[in-house]
Design a protein around this ligand. Structure first.
Ligand code: SF4
Length: 455
């Protein structure tokens, strides 16, 4: 049972490349976006005659090991890495999802969660639509293919986007173009890059860097972008909605080397560490960050406080995924397999441990125990997000509210439960200040205020 909110999905699209490099570009992009989903990976390529797709369960490096690149030749394509928040974890639900409509083949790669999926699915089934998967993304695919009977993808995609509600950063591959759409609240990120004459669309800028592309711009909330041989044209589909980008993208999900909507994820995390110190100055000998997402904030806390930063915890890069059914003993040991304490750095010291979030609290409890066992005299836990008290409905896998440690307990009670000497969270104001903006973020899992109703 993971003690973090789980990532969602990553999408990556290419238009206008030479036939034999498209699949390689997408593959490299997916490797860079792997942190957004490790359950399955897939690539769809437009060959000019049809769309061919290869997808498999597991990491991108595993999924395409046996694929002959010569079977994936075409000038445009789309890729996806998945973590399931809707539908089961089967290969059937792996993306891209592909369909055939009046205008030809189309493939879709979706990051997000449609909150009105059940209603639309039921209405479409009443009308005779057959669904092949249990994924909410197929609703988008079917809405677009149904709308394409009018003879226009533009209209079909526009109408599909206005029918669904929730979060959707989506790339659609058709015969002669790539379309990209971001929901009106811009909950998940999506950006455009260019590599020579090749257009790239990606969940995060780190994947543009991975293929050597230059960042062009973010896709705006509610923007629908079409890329074809004439270049880019775009329109705004969701007017009147206020931007509500997921704040957790910055806190934990996105890679620190990404920049989302003009905010560097690394700088945000560093700044949030500084803000945490301003709000909670604690006396100690060393500051330790929980790898990887707590490291930048720990550096910020150390810089603001003047307390030395040290790598007190070392992450095993090869620990892989958790056991399917671990024994109690193995479950206890799991944190040691993933993270080990550098005893020399903490022995006899007062430690400030910085983590990005506290979800169930199980990992923090084990880490604090391990630090004490290694000789730490005091362990103070600083969290650079406000208490997580509510679930997410927009593409993030959160535990049930009852499993969220902060949902029913006071900070003092949690501190006692996890065995820390003190526990302190950044305030909602502090975390917002770290973005450098005054508004524009969903903070639903901290305050229960969501950008839209979720039922
Ligand atoms: S509820 Fe939390 S995790 Fe979900 S979109 Fe909002 S900030 Fe992100």
């Amino acid at each position: 049972m993971n003690d973090k909110m789980e990532e969602e999905c990553g999408v990556f699209g290419v238009f206008g490349s030479s036939g034999d490099e498209t699949a390689n570009l997408i593959y490299s992009g997916l490797l860079a976006l792997q942190h957004r989903g490790q359950e399955s990976a897939g690539i769809s390529i437009q060959t000019g005659e049809k769309i061919i797709t290869r997808k498999s369960m597991g990491l991108a490096s595993e999924a395409f090991k046996a694929v002959n690149p010569e079977t994936l030749t075409g000038t445009s394509g789309v890729g996806h890495v998945r973590y399931s928040t809707s539908g089961d974890k089967s290969l059937t639900n792996a993306q891209p999802l592909v369909g055939h409509c009046k205008l030809g083949d189309l493939a879709i790669a979706h990051n997000g969660n449609l909150v009105n999926a059940d209603i639309i699915r039921s209405l479409m089934e009443d009308g005779g639509t057959v669904f092949q998967t249990t994924s909410d993304s197929e609703i988008l695919l079917n809405l677009i293919s149904r709308g394409a009977s009018s003879g226009s993808y533009d209209k079909a995609i526009r109408e599909a986007a206005s029918a669904v509600k929730g979060s959707y950063s989506t790339i659609i591959l058709t015969e002669d173009r790539l379309a990209a759409v971001r929901d009106p609240y811009g909950i998940r990120p999506l950006c455009i890059g260019k590599l020579g004459d090749i257009y790239i669309v990606s969940s995060e800028t780190c994947a543009l860097d991975a293929v050597g592309a230059d960042f062009v711009r973010d896709i705006e909330p509610g923007e629908l972008v079409f890329i074809d041989k004439n270049g880019i044209h775009s329109e705004i589909t969701g007017k009147g909605s206020e931007q509500n980008t997921c704040l957790f993208e910055y806190i934990y999900f996105a890679r620190p080397d990404s920049v989302i909507d003009g905010i560097s994820v690394y700088r945000f995390r560093y700044q949030s560490g500084m803000e945490l110190y301003n709000e909670h100055p604690v006396k100690a000998d060393v500051v330790v960050g929980v790898p990887d997402s707590g490291l930048a904030a720990a550096l910020g806390y150390a810089a603001a406080s003047g307390i030395p930063f040290t790598h007190g915890l070392i992450k095993n890069k090869y620990s892989g995924r958790s056991f399917i059914a671990p024994s109690k003993h193995l479950r206890e040991q799991t944190v040691n397999v993933k993270l080990n304490v550098l005893k020399e750095e903490v022995n006899g010291k007062r430690v400030i441990l910085i983590d990005d979030s506290l979800v169930r609290g199980t990992t923090s409890k084990k880490l604090i125990k391990s630090l004490r066992k290694a000789g730490a005299e005091e362990v103070h836990l600083g969290i650079v997000s406000p208490p997580v008290t509510h679930s997410c409905y927009f593409g993030i896998d959160t535990p049930y509210r009852t499993e969220l440690i902060a949902a029913g307990k006071s900070t003092e009670e949690i501190c006692q439960l996890i065995g820390a000497d003190s526990l302190f969270y950044i305030s909602p104001e502090g975390v917002l200040k770290s973005t450098g903006k005054e508004k524009g973020f969903c903070m639903g899992c901290f305050n229960g205020i969501y950008p839209m109703s979720y039922s």
